[in-house]
Design a protein around this ligand. Structure first.
Ligand SMILES: *[C@@H]1O[C@H](CO)[C@@H](O)[C@H](O)[C@H]1NC(C)=O
Ligand SMILES: *[C@@H]1O[C@H](CO)[C@@H](O)[C@H](O)[C@H]1NC(C)=O
Ligand SMILES: *[C@@H]1O[C@H](CO)[C@@H](O)[C@H](O)[C@H]1NC(C)=O
Length: 448
């Protein structure tokens, strides 16, 4: 074998074992202003240069539409091409804006060609739409959602739209809270997609023992329950994180030390083995705030991002799956319930961005799907990578994702209104007890 071939083989093996790693990025800045190419470039560049880690070169988007336009492709695409950042595309489906989202997607394909499509890790049709339509979502005024039948129509429309284009082989998924996935009324959606996007925030699982020391157990339990209904499809972790500042949620206490512990345990068990888009790089004016660099964009994080024992990563991931059993046992009281609540919580978390207003936006942005299941996830991931080429990579920062997300919504005509509503809802999250009761009921239903 010639050196060239050996190198090529080595590269293909390396990419096969890799997983995408990055952040969530909304279409607006933290102050609500529209994000343009330069803003995305700054975010992607910063993510690639974070001190103490490397490889955060993927970006999850919530909308295909540039803020302030009807259906012009989001400028994050040009930034991603320039920064060689891979993209988990998102189309905002709730609220009736799918046609403009698809128009922007098709326009991006024809405008940028393979320099764009080679960066695409996958396409998420929707974000937490099922959650917003669930009992908990409705009770918490989470905003305009979508029923599974309409969501499936959107998924089919996107498949038709990419057919025959240079994105025809892109994998299609949907991002939602984990309890939306475990709700059997939504199972037809799973049949339509290639991977499940998964959002989970143990910090918000207020009916569980959600102190930081139990966070990984709660997370693993949510993964296991989702895997159980995933039909063998990959789970991509689209959103997770722990706040550095803000109010406590039951036993969940925001702090830099706890955010670091969450990164070191949950994060480091995923990085490199499961496609993961962290929430978030930068979080401005939010409470709680999840930004790992704080409010100001900087390559110096608030805590050491170096994974404790890098060699442990794969192992940990593997344990995720099995962890479930363990978790359940542990939290007999809370754990089962917890999981369910977790899902709902996720939705909330998404909304958390900034004060009430901001929060709404956050919801949108935060929604995402990630491959949790390390095993299967990795494989898919890999495939995705190859198709994308080397490109995947930049992860961006995500703090604004939350807000951005909402903005995204706004930008897209109809989506906009939906988003606003949703956000508002987020702000008015139901009281813990009510929420808890719903969660508990859900947990029971699941258990049965
Ligand atoms: C389960 O999903 C269906 C369809 O999305 C939804 O109408 C229902 O409210 C969900 N159930 C719960 C308990 O949220
Ligand atoms: C990490 O490495 C240190 C030093 O070798 C060891 O003491 C510790 O147990 C390891 N931690 C894990 C989680 O493997
Ligand atoms: C929310 O943000 C708006 C706009 O920045 C501000 O006027 C308002 O006081 C904030 N509300 C809270 C509760 O922080």
């Amino acid at each position: 074998m010639q050196m060239k071939q050996i190198l090529a083989l080595a590269l293909s093996i390396a990419s096969a074992e890799a997983a995408y790693k990055g952040f969530n990025y909304g279409s607006t800045n933290e102050d609500g202003s529209t994000r343009y190419k330069a803003d995305f470039v700054s975010q992607f560049k910063n993510a690639k240069n974070l001190v103490g880690t490397s490889g955060f070169t993927s970006a999850r988007l919530y909308t295909m539409i540039q803020g302030g336009t009807t259906n012009t492709p989001i400028e994050a695409i040009e930034a991603a091409i320039e920064e060689e950042t891979s993209l988990l595309l998102g189309l905002w489906t709730s609220g009736g804006g799918i046609d403009n989202e698809i128009a922007a997607l098709k326009s991006a394909i024809s405008t940028y060609g393979t320099s764009f499509t080679k960066l695409v890790v996958g396409i998420s049709v929707g974000s937490e739409d099922l959650y917003r339509n669930s009992v908990t979502g409705v009770e918490s005024d989470a905003g305009v959602g979508m029923n599974p039948e309409d969501l499936i129509k959107c998924i089919e429309s996107v498949k038709t739209a990419i057919s025959g284009t240079s994105l025809s082989s892109a994998t299609i998924g949907h991002v939602d809270t984990w309890d939306a996935w475990t709700n059997s009324s939504n199972s037809a959606v799973i049949s339509e997609i290639d991977w499940l996007g998964f959002d989970t925030y143990p910090y918000y699982q207020t009916t569980d023992e959600n102190d930081i020391d139990n966070a990984q157990a709660l997370f693993d339990e949510a993964v296991a329950k989702t895997k159980a209904v995933a039909d063998g499809k990959e789970i991509w972790v689209t959103e997770t994180g722990w706040p550095v500042t803000g109010d406590s949620e039951n036993e969940g206490v925001p702090s830099v030390a706890n955010a670091k512990k969450y990164w070191d345990t949950v994060g480091c068990s995923l990085f490199g083995t499961t496609n993961t888009w962290w929430y978030i790089q930068q979080d401005y004016g939010a409470s709680p705030s999840f930004g790992i660099v704080g409010e100001t964009l900087s390559t110096t994080p608030l805590f050491d991002l170096t994974c404790p024992n890098s060699t442990t990563t794969s192992t940990s991931t593997a344990s995720t799956a099995s962890a479930t059993g363990k978790t359940s046992g542990k939290s007999s009281t809370g754990s089962s319930t917890g999981s369910s609540s977790g899902a709902k919580v996720s939705g909330f978390s998404a909304g958390r961005k900034g004060n009430g207003t901001a929060a709404a936006s956050g919801f949108r942005s935060m929604t995402a799907s990630v491959p949790l299941a390390s095993a299967s996830g990795s494989s898919s991931t890999v495939s995705g990578s190859s198709s994308s080429g080397s490109g995947s990579s930049s992860s961006g920062s995500s703090s604004s994702s939350g807000s951005s997300g909402s903005s995204s919504g706004s930008s897209s005509a109809s989506s906009a209104s939906a988003s606003s509503t949703a956000y508002t809802g987020a702000a008015t999250r139901p009281a813990g007890s009510i929420f808890g009761a719903v969660v508990a009921a859900l947990a029971l239903a699941i258990a049965v």
